[in-house]
Design a binder for this molecule. Structure first.
Ligand code: G1P
Length: 293
């Protein structure tokens, strides 16, 4: 079985929910304390055995390329100021993986973004990580959990999570037969159904391991919801040829794509950060007292 060594990370979206901040800064570059969101996503992939990160990017996203590149001018200033360790830590970011960038010329949806990476992925299984979701699991990162399931079943594995009935219309929803605790053999999938039409409350969260057969399906799948090429629609077609599994991801998930989720992520990460956690606890307790009068 081919190993999962490549990950596709679509980053071409505009991030309209964070305007005006995202007018000139990619939403993936918004910081959680002192690291941009995308850094955590890349770390998750690397910790899961990924070696090549393929960013599907766009015209307004050059800051991401710069972030994962060397910055000699800054490094020489830091070196002059005796900050060798800082320089090394900045270099480590660029050396984490092999980074490849491919431009999505038109924003035609997640399926289109994945298809744009076809020639770089080639004929091997690959991971997909969406940049809006941060999932914390210290034992095994989210995408690593799916990669392990892929090695067991040899078929595509989609990351899922239970959501409330009202929330099903925000997600791709899967239904299937339970195989073992948290793992299903998928028999149906639908993108953002109305609550009354949803086959279950098992939602696709932004982590996938896909076989390369998905590209053939993406090439044939017509535009779907929102006039976009939906990855979920292509997976429905893939189901006719190949089994697909879903796995409930273990971990704490933060949807950093909306304001409240982003703030919650910052608070959670601050409470885990050795250098500021005590101060932040004190601040939260003080605020609670103020709020409660
Ligand atoms: C995408 C997928 C959807 C999935 C979601 C997870 O939707 O199309 O199936 O449930 O990501 O975040 P988006 O949120 O990009 O519209």
């Amino acid at each position: 079985m081919r190993e999962v060594k490549k990950a596709v990370i679509p980053v071409a979206g505009f991030g309209t929910r964070f305007l005006p901040a995202t007018k000139s800064t990619p939403k993936e570059m918004l910081p959680i304390i002192d690291k941009p969101i995308i850094h955590y996503i890349v770390e998750e992939a690397i910790k899961s055995g990924i070696e090549t990160i393929i960013f599907v990017t766009g015209r307004h996203k050059r800051a991401i390329e710069d972030y994962f590149d060397y910055y000699p001018e800054l490094e020489s200033i830091l070196l002059k100021n005796g900050k060798k360790e800082l320089v090394e830590s900045l270099r480590e970011i660029s050396n984490m993986a092999e980074f490849v960038y491919v431009r999505q010329k038109e924003q035609l949806g997640l399926g289109h973004a994945v298809l744009t990476a076809k020639h770089i992925v080639g004929d091997e299984p690959f991971a997909v990580l969406l940049g809006d979701e941060l999932i914390i699991n210290d034992k095994q990162p989210a995408i690593g959990q799916l990669i392990s399931a892929y090695y067991k079943f040899g078929k595509s594995v989609i990351g899922t999570m239970e959501v409330s009935k009202e929330d099903v219309s925000k997600y791709g929803i899967v239904a299937g037969k339970s195989i073992t605790e948290g793992i299903k053999l998928v028999d149906y999938m639908v993108e953002k159904p109305k609550p009354e039409e949803a086959p279950s409350t098992s939602a696709i969260i932004g982590r996938y391991v896909l076989t390369p057969t998905i590209f053939e399906e993406l090439e044939k799948t017509p535009l779907g919801k929102g006039g976009e090429l939906q990855l979920t629609d292509a997976m429905v077609n893939l189901l006719k040829k190949e089994a697909i599994y879903s796995k409930d991801i273990e971990g704490i998930r933060h949807d950093t794509g909306n304001k409240l989720g982003y703030l919650k992520a910052i608070i959670d990460f601050a409470l885990m950060s050795e250098d500021i956690k005590e101060d932040i606890k004190e601040l939260i307790l003080k605020k609670c007292k103020e709020i409660n009068g």
